[in-house]
Design a protein around this ligand. Sequence first.
Ligand SMILES: C[S@@+](CC[C@H](N)C(=O)[O-])C[C@H]1O[C@@H](n2cnc3c(N)ncnc32)[C@H](O)[C@@H]1O
Length: 260
Amino acid sequence: MSDGFILVTKSKRSNKKSRKFKNINIVQQSSDDFNLDKAIKQLENIKFDLQTSDFCAKALIQLEEVINQQSVKEIICLGIGKISEDIIARHQLELIAIIKEKFQIESIKFYDPVFDQNDKLLLDSFKFEVLLENKEGKYRVEHPTIFYLPHCPKQITNNLLYSNWNFEELKNLILICNSFKSIKEATPERFLRPNAHFLLEISSFTKELEISNTFKFSDIFNDFSIHSFPSKTLPDQSSNFWTDQPKPNYSLEDLELVKA
Ligand SMILES: C[S@@+](CC[C@H](N)C(=O)[O-])C[C@H]1O[C@@H](n2cnc3c(N)ncnc32)[C@H](O)[C@@H]1O
């Protein structure tokens, strides 16, 4: 890898579905080596790779199916990682930048507690907004919004569902994040329930489109799905489903998210 990156380790994330593709070398760079121009150049190359990939073309078609029914004005991206140092985060950044461009979405905002000055500088160079407050995923939205949560802690997804837990608001969420189906398959309910109660409750009412992981590197977009909550599939507005739910209360041992 050029740009002063050095190989440090290999990804441990599983990717059962596409063994024929290579894992990307997970590379890191010290924050002292950060060079804005080089980073922008590398992002341009990544953008080209993505724009010319079948993976991206298909993902955009799938997203269009969901977006076309609503007018999306905002993207909020949580947990992308250190884009100033991490090649996986840079690929994930370019995918959402392509989505923003393609669907002419006005605003995009980022938050990750690991961001430092370099990450902010890089996002600023694209005029992307950096949020300052750690809301642990508790964003309440009043208009259709894409939440991009690439390999984000499941408690963040759960907090987001909890914060918009009513018939009127849930349909505003479009979540690009780890597949609900895969999460349910991979984790027994007794472990999942304390950390992802709302995810479990809504999963059978969710429209989930799996993004086929055919990109040349297999561990960047693995397990991604587009989740939406069309009104016609949701429980009735007057149902207890919307009221009889316990507030999230995670045990510290299982906590993957960084608390505020
Ligand atoms: C498993 S890493 C995923 C990083 C990268 N997107 C990837 O796929 O390799 C989870 C990310 O969630 C971030 N995170 C943890 N707590 C968070 C919070 N409260 N709000 C936003 N992001 C958070 C972490 O800092 C980390 O970057």
